[in-house]
Design a protein around this ligand. Sequence first.
Ligand SMILES: [Zn+2]
Length: 183
Amino acid sequence: MASQGGNIRYVINSSGKLVEITGPWDEFYAGNSEEALNSSKVLGTNIFDCMADSTTSYVYENFHKQLLDGKVEQINFGCRCDSTNLSRSTEIKLKLVPGTNNIAYESKITKVRFMHNLKELPEEFADAAILMCSICKSFRLESEPKGWTPVEDNFEIMLVHDNVSHTVCPGCLEDFSRRGYLE
Ligand SMILES: [Zn+2]
């Protein structure tokens, strides 16, 4: 648990390349059983290359643009960043590295909870394609565009479900837009 508490800072240059990582990045991602996320593997890669979803790219491109254009000084948002059996709430802060066009992301864990008794997905979700918001973890069946449901403990197992793909939900988009983070 001790290793879950550290702050992580990483820097992304103006073309999206991850150029610097400090803090317990590897400990943080170890629980996701994703060797591909080791800092030695991700350093030097472009974050936009790992975003399969156009909504997610749109959000982060806008965040960077708003900061680079000086429209906002700082971007702050809460984000659920769970691993297989840990529920983790984080606060993410983005701002320009002074004197550069690089953007520093600071991630601070505000709450960690072990998820016991993970449950099976409800039957209607078991074999269906599921979309999940990478910010707040609400989700919907891909076949039901309006059916966004806030995440509940019972559904945590979805995070390791093969049929989940990530996006940003309309509620989070609206929140970002209201705060001037999107064009
Ligand atoms: Zn959301």
